[in-house]
Design a protein around this ligand. Structure first.
Ligand SMILES: *[C@@H]1O[C@H](CO)[C@@H](O)[C@H](O)[C@H]1NC(C)=O
Ligand SMILES: *[C@@H]1O[C@H](CO)[C@@H](O)[C@H](O)[C@H]1NC(C)=O
Ligand SMILES: *[C@@H]1O[C@H](CO)[C@@H](O)[C@H](O)[C@H]1NC(C)=O
Ligand SMILES: *[C@@H]1O[C@H](CO)[C@@H](O)[C@H](O)[C@H]1NC(C)=O
Ligand SMILES: *[C@@H]1O[C@H](CO)[C@@H](O)[C@H](O)[C@H]1NC(C)=O
Ligand SMILES: CC(=O)N[C@H]1CO[C@H](CO)[C@@H](O)[C@@H]1O
Length: 934
């Protein structure tokens, strides 16, 4: 009896194992893995069926003949969750590819059990923590990619002991420390990508020269220092070498070995010393060579001329001196020759004319002399000729008018002379033509606007005469023109895009009424001509109005009846048209001083203005600067008064973009004033003005209203409606005691922000990408209705500092979408990501990087981890909402909003919803809002 029962038991066991319906252990392991994923894509959900006997037919799976899983490939499935320890049960696995998903948390050490792994790709996820030491067990590994994750710690030395490893990709993590000196043990290594870790440091080990099969070595964007090892010359197969953006010093030892296969070499942004190694001439296959701002001195070695495949030679911003070697003319494949901002001297060699594929010639800011050789003007492929800030001379040959691809010819600050070829422009795609400050004579070529693309036309500070070409009206894309001469043709009124017009110091006469027809004209200078009649009202009312622009035209006047009195009074540089005006007294000292100085220049005027304001008002310097350039703008004055000239007492916030003051102008009119600091003197940037004007036209109930703005050389003031409840950040995290925020208030805030963003993304033309969505930029009015602040500002400030190349990424850490972590590309999807982060903050009341999180976690990885581990929303939601969550409809709503947040923070931008879809999904979560209008 007893035996029988044992037998029965055995039988039932074996039938369990062998019946068709029992799933194999590999299958069981896979199903356990799946339990840790919050989002399971249909191809998996539909095929991973527990009733099958093996997983071999499941999506993403491959088996061997014995039905063991040998490949798990879930690339690009959009899985969110964790990689569980069950992976260690798949002991036959040879290939594991999980790239481009939303996996977070640590890489499980049990992966070390998969000793047959040959191919392991976990790139483009959110894995954090260290590279586990267990990888040393993966002795069959050939391909290892962990790039674009959040891994920290050092590169384990054990990796270098894996004998067959050919590809190691650890780029774009936060790894630190050195490259293990045992790297030389990796005799099969072909590709090593370590770029973009910022923290990898130390010297590059010389043993790397033993990796004799190395083809691609990317160490750029790190903090490597010291001298490049001489052993790099032993890498005979090397094709790509990128050392850019480190702190490498010393002389560069390359070129003494054989380097025929070298295709690309980038040494940019280091602090090397000595010259460019002449041995590079031996690297006969070199096609791209860049050493921007690398510290090189001495002359450019003539051996560069041996590089017959060279297509890009980019050596700007070094200390290179001597002449441009004529041998460069032998590099027949060259398309880009960029040598600007060095100390090169002598003439441009005529041999460069042999570069028949050259498109981009950038030699500006050197000490070059002589003429541009005729042979160069004949290079038909030229698109950019940027040779400004040299001492070049000579006349422009007729041949230059035949360059039909020429887009940008910038010759300013040289000594070019003679007549500009009159056929210039007929056959052209010119966009920028800047001949300022040369010695050109004769008349302006009549057909400059023939090609219609011209945007910038600068001819000032030359000795031109004659008239503005009558067909200037064809230049419909012109945004800036100066130095034009002759009468103003009526066609100028059709210049839809003209922003800046400088006609100063000519002998023009007649009325300037036609200028008021140019729709966007912002900056104008018609000073020192003989114009007559009233200044058009539109020009006076422009926020950019400056009366100095009209100086030296005794016939011009301001019609006080048509403008508001204060402008008339303040514009003491130009007389009122109505001589009976009571403002005569206003002319006083300044006018007299002005007349006495006669042909005084602008700077003198500004100074006079300052003195005048100082004497008359005794006011602070800041206000003086404002008033002197602006004339009196009454609202500005009120704002300055209300803030005691922007006194610190009135500061209500400080952000990346500037300080914010509260300006209680009167009880019914309270404003917030943001003072933006500009880099350099770029505040006058015209596109910036235009941008702000555009922003001023944007109206939406969920966007902060821009009331007015004033721009100065170094700073700008932007006036907004004041929001009594401060920012969402204050309400969530700063106020003490923390205000209780009911769910419906939070929900309203969520949907309000969504409406505002959707408006920016879809209803503005061109669409506006905010680029810095975060609770500090969400302001709450008296009814807790949200208003997005600072839209368009990030872009503005980018422009203002455009001249100083910076790698700073707009946005705020924690809110920046992963795809933007290393680039400045920004689009609507990245706003959606930031919006999702704000939703998570609203739900959890945790900060984006909260002290309660494990190290290295942000709110996105924290919520994903919590959700992945427990699917318990109670662990995520702000505990002060606990009571409300007892109501199941509220619970469901919160859950739905959380799902929207998770979708919005998908790592892959394409998987995120648009803001319009977000609105729909949020409205679905709350039936009461379905009828609400946007
Ligand atoms: C997977 O499919 C089942 C039924 O086919 C469905 O009930 C379930 O919601 C799906 N799960 C996910 C996460 O899509
Ligand atoms: C799972 O497989 C069983 C047996 O093959 C089948 O009857 C069932 O319909 C499958 N379930 C799904 C959801 O496909
Ligand atoms: C994984 O699957 C994708 C899509 O099916 C395929 O393109 C890719 O080559 C596979 N990766 C590996 C390592 O097999
Ligand atoms: C997997 O590895 C762990 C330790 O890394 C070990 O304890 C465990 O027994 C292994 N599991 C299997 C199935 O080999
Ligand atoms: C033309 O060249 C000038 C001078 O380098 C530069 O500032 C400008 O951005 C260029 N414009 C275009 C459209 O390429
Ligand atoms: C074969 C080989 O290069 N072995 C080296 C591996 O790395 C260790 C540590 O750097 C060296 O001592 C071995 O010579």
């Amino acid at each position: 009896m007893r035996h029988l029962s044992v037998l029965l038991l055995l039988l039932s066991f074996s039938s369990f194992f062998y019946s068709a319906s029992a799933l194999s252990s590999d299958g069981v392991a896979l199903l356990s893995l799946r339990r840790r994923w919050t989002s399971v894509p249909p191809p998996i959900n539909s095929t991973w069926n527990a009733s099958h006997s093996t997983p071999c037919s499941w999506g993403g799976i491959q088996c061997d003949h014995a039905h063991n899983v040998i490949s798990l490939n879930l690339s690009d499935y959009g899985i969110v969750g964790q990689l569980g320890p069950e992976i260690g049960h798949l002991t036959h696995l040879q290939k594991l590819a999980l790239l481009n998903n939303g996996f977070s948390g640590k890489i499980p050490p049990q992966l070390g059990n998969c000793t047959h792994l040959e191919h392991l790709d976990l790139s483009s996820n959110y894995f954090s923590g260290q590279i586990p030491d267990c990888f040393k067990n993966l002795l069959n590994l050939e391909y290892l990619s962990l790039s674009i994750n959040e891994l920290t710690g050092q590169i384990p030395e054990s990796l270098t002991q894996i004998p067959q490893l050919q590809l190691v990709e650890l780029s774009y993590n936060s790894l630190s420390g050195p490259i293990p000196s045992s790297i030389g043990n990796m005799s099969e290594l072909s590709l090593l990508y370590l770029q973009g870790n910022h923290l990898l440091s130390g010297e590059i080990p010389s043993s790397i020269g033993n990796c004799s099969k190395l083809k691609e070595l990317f160490l750029n964007q790190n903090q490597f220092e010291g001298v490049l090892p001489h052993t790099l010359n032993n890498l005979h197969d090397i094709v790509y070498l990128d050392f850019a953006d480190n702190a490498l010093r010393g002389t560069v030892p390359l070129g003494s070995g054989s380097c025929e296969n070298l295709f690309m070499l980038d040494l940019s942004n280091n602090v090397f010393s000595g010259g460019i190694p002449s041995g590079l001439g031996n690297c006969s296959g070199l096609t791209e060579f860049a050493a921007v701002n690398s510290g090189f001195s001495g002359s450019i070695p003539s051996s560069i001329g041996l590089l017959r495949s060279l297509s890009i030679l980019r050596l700007p911003e070094n200390h290179l001196s001597g002449k441009i070697p004529p041998e460069i003319g032998n590099c027949k494949s060259l398309t880009e020759l960029t040598l600007y901002s060095n100390q090169l001297e002598g003439e441009i060699p005529s041999e460069l004319g042999k570069l028949s594929e050259l498109q981009d010639l950038e030699l500006y800011s050197n000490h070059l002399t002589g003429e541009i050789p005729l042979s160069v003007w004949k290079i038909q492929s030229l698109e950019y000729i940027l040779v400004y800030n040299n001492s070049l001379s000579g006349e422009l040959p007729l041949e230059m008018t035949e360059l039909k691809y020429l887009k940008n010819i910038t010759l300013f600050n040289n000594h070019f002379s003679g007549v500009i070829p009159q056929t210039l422009g007929i056959n052209s795609s010119l966009v920028v033509l800047d001949f300022t400050n040369n010695k050109f004579t004769g008349i302006i070529p009549p057909n400059l606007c023939h090609g219609k693309q011209l945007r910038i036309l600068n001819l000032g500070l030359n000795q031109l005469r004659g008239s503005i070409p009558s067909n200037v009206g064809r230049c419909t894309t012109l945004t800036s023109a100066n130095g034009l001469i002759g009468e103003i043709p009526s066609g100028i009124g059709t210049l839809m895009n003209l922003l800046s017009l400088d006609l100063s110091r000519n002998n023009l006469n007649g009325s300037i009424q036609v200028l008021s027809q140019i729709p966007f004209l912002l900056e104008i200078n018609v000073s020192y001509n003989s114009f007559q009649g009233p200044i058009p009202k539109k020009l006076i009312e422009s926020p950019y109005y400056s009366s100095t622009a009209f100086l030296g035209n005794p016939g011009l006047c301001i019609s006080c009846s048509s403008s508001n009195g204060s402008i008339c009074k303040a514009s003491s540089y130009v007389k009122p048209c109505d001589e009976k005006s009571t403002h005569q007294k206003g002319l006083s000292k300044v006018k007299i001083a002005m007349i006495a100085l006669g042909s005084s220049i602008f700077v003198v005027f500004l100074l006079l203005g300052l003195v005048y304001m100082f004497v008359s008002g005794g006011k602070s310097k800041q206000e003086v600067e404002i008033s002197a350039k602006e004339g009196t703008t009454s609202l500005l004055n009120k704002v300055m008064e209300a803030t005691a000239n922007l006194s610190d007492r009135f500061i209500i916030g400080r952000g990346a973009h500037g300080v914010v003051y509260k300006a209680p102008v009167d009880p019914a009119q309270v404003f917030a004033v943001k003072k933006l600091a500009f880099a350099g003197n770029k505040g006058k940037n015209l596109s910036m003005v235009r941008e702000i004007q555009t922003l001023g036209k944007i109206r939406h109930r969920n966007l902060v209203k821009l009331e007015d703005f004033w721009l100065r050389k170094d700073f700008g003031l932007i006036l907004y409606t004041y929001m009594p409840n401060g920012s969402l950040h204050d309400v969530l995290h700063e106020k003490n005691p923390p205000p209780s925020l009911e769910w419906n208030v939070r929900y309203n805030i969520a949907i309000g922000i969504a409406h505002g963003l959707a408006y920016l993304h879809f209803d503005c033309d061109p669409p506006i990408v905010h680029r810095d969505i975060k609770p500090k930029n969400i302001l709450l009015d008296a009814d807790m209705e949200p208003h997005i602040a600072d839209f368009g500002i990030a872009k503005l400030l980018d422009q203002s500092s455009a001249s100083a190349p910076s790698i700073s990424v707009p946005g705020t850490i924690g809110y920046i979408a992963p795809e933007n972590a290393y680039t400045t590309a920004n689009n609507r999807e990245s706003d959606v990501y930031s919006y999702g982060v704000v939703l998570l903050e609203l739900i959890s009341r945790k900060k984006v990087v909260d002290p309660t999180f494990m190290e290295g976690m942000d709110i996105v990885s924290w919520v994903r981890t919590m959700w992945g581990q427990t699917e318990d929303i109670g662990k995520i939601v702000d505990s002060s909402l606990a009571n409300e969550l007892l109501d199941s409809t509220v619970l469901e709503q919160v859950n739905k909003v959380l799902q929207v947040a998770l979708r919005s923070t998908e790592k892959d931008p394409h998987k995120r919803p648009t803001m319009r879809q977000v609105i729909r999904q949020l409205e679905d979560a709350n039936p009461r809002t379905r009828s609400r209008k946007s």
